[in-house]
Design a binder for this molecule. Structure first.
Ligand SMILES: Cc1cc2nc3c(=O)[nH]c(=O)nc-3n(C[C@H](O)[C@H](O)[C@H](O)COP(=O)(O)OP(=O)(O)OC[C@H]3O[C@@H](n4cnc5c(N)ncnc54)[C@H](O)[C@@H]3O)c2cc1C
Length: 411
């Protein structure tokens, strides 16, 4: 269902979905009709997550067809992704906190065999809870869950099964084709009451029955959702500055965070080669699923072929390990690698680790940021509803709507 992992397929899905992105989406997006009927949502997230198709392209296509007032719900959903990215970018400590906690919780499974058994039952879909078990299996088999199912699943995991939230978030991240450090971690935190202090998400049987069209009627769900607690997040530290392209001969370094290098604003950079690598295996201390690895490998091959043709230079697969990047730059005789900005997560960590050894080898690493992120991320300091107010102006600055485009709620 989620193949092939190519830009052409992402664009074809976008074209098919655009007519449904207006009022039809707003009216029906919350329905989880099951894996055989996803017509009410776009299913674009695996392509957008790897930027085989960019958020801006999705917004441009939808706004051209419907305008902002008609497509506002869909536009806001796309920009939730941008918001989560900008929020985490300004608080990288929250991702580090998650990773530290995950390692501790995975170790705890070795000591607590009863907890291990309960986690295994939940991830194998053997709890006996209608819906929950089906979503666990659907996730493993397809690499995708509807947004509402993700909300119900995370809530039942935390408040009914009383399992550690980071182990649930890790199960998602290892199996979702769109698995994303910001959207996933912060959505699980939101369900748990850690993201919006005191506000949790409680999955209710009647809501599940209604929005799954009666497919599921779970019994025994928790009737309350006491927020989990942890120290408050640090104050936003501002968005780290991106680099400006310079007039140098360089290799373009493509990672899983932005696989359309032909759209990077490289200015005067003269590409000599393209290097494509990813850090998907580092999503978790445990291995990611086969479908996740197959998707990103396929996407990498697609990016390499497109970039080679677009820039008229050779493309090579590369490891993001520090030594390997330096060796690749030396072999190509370039003193600069130019890459699309990798937001907080495994690719950013791999690049940060590589930077010192690249510097030792006399190789500079330039990180370029897309203009939508550059404009939007600084607004992600508080909750989404504060961010939402900036949306019409952001879209106008991007040239996606006229300056005074009417919106229903955003202003
Ligand atoms: C617990 C939980 C975990 C999640 N983990 C991820 C994740 O790892 N990666 C991920 O991309 N999304 C995640 N989401 C957000 C959302 O569920 C998916 O983006 C969406 O379901 C993807 O399906 P779609 O492309 O058909 O969405 P559509 O409804 O068609 O939306 C269009 C696009 O908007 C973006 N989007 C929509 N809803 C959200 C949202 N709530 N948050 C962020 N972006 C959104 C996606 O890029 C999506 O492709 C999570 C949500 C929850 C509740």
């Amino acid at each position: 269902m989620f193949a092939p992992p190519t830009r052409a397929e992402g664009l074809a899905r976008l074209a098919r979905f655009v007519p449904r992105a207006g009022s039809a989406y707003a009216a029906s997006r919350n329905e989880d009709r099951g894996p055989r009927d996803r017509a009410n949502v776009s299913t674009l997230s695996p392509w957008v997550r790897h930027r085989l198709v960019s958020e801006r392209e999705v917004l441009a296509a939808v706004l051209a067809e419907h305008g902002l007032a008609e497509a506002e719900t869909f536009v806001q959903e796309v920009l939730w992704r941008t918001y989560w990215k900008g929020w985490l970018e300004q608080r990288p400590a929250i991702w580090e906190r998650y990773r530290t906690r995950l390692e501790a919780d995975l170790r705890a499974l070795d000591a607590d065999l009863s907890l291990r058994r309960r986690v295994e039952e939940a991830t194998a879909g053997r709890t006996g809870i209608s819906g929950f078990d089906d979503w666990a299996r659907e996730l493993v088999e397809t690499g995708y869950l509807h947004n509402h199912a993700r909300m119900w699943f995370s809530s039942i995991w935390i408040f009914t099964l009383r399992l550690p939230w980071v182990l649930g978030a890790d199960f998602f991240l290892r199996h979702l084709l769109d698995g994303d450090p910001a959207s996933n971690t912060l959505s699980w935190r939101w369900t748990a009451g850690l993201q919006t202090p005191g506000k949790t998400y409680l999955a209710r049987a009647d809501n599940i029955a209604r929005f799954t069209k009666g497919r599921f009627a779970p019994e025994g769900l928790s009737r309350n959702a006491e927020p989990l607690s942890e120290p408050p997040p640090p104050a936003p530290a501002g968005v780290p500055p991106a680099d400006r392209p310079r007039a140098v001969e360089a290799a373009l370094l493509v990672t899983e965070e932005d696989m359309t290098p032909e759209h990077w604003d490289i200015g005067p950079v003269r590409p000599k080669a393209v290097l494509v690598g990813h850090a998907t295996a580092a999503r978790s201390p445990l291995p990611p699923s086969g479908p996740v690895l197959a998707f990103v490998e396929g996407a990498a091959a697609d990016a390499a072929a497109r970039a080679a043709e677009h820039f008229g230079v050779p493309a090579h697969a590369v490891s993001l390990a520090p030594q390997a990047l330096g060796d690749a730059a030396r072999a190509l005789r370039v003193g600069t690698l130019v890459t699309g900005w990798a937001p907080v997560g495994p690719a950013a960590r791999a690049l940060a680790r590589a930077e010192a050894s690249l510097a030792d080898a006399g190789v500079a690493l330039l990180r370029l940021r897309r203009s939508l992120d550059e404009r939007a991320w600084p607004h992600a300091t508080r909750g989404f509803f504060a961010f939402r107010k900036a949306i019409p102006d952001l879209l106008a600055q991007e040239g996606l709507v006229p300056p005074d485009a009417p919106a229903r709620t955003a202003r």
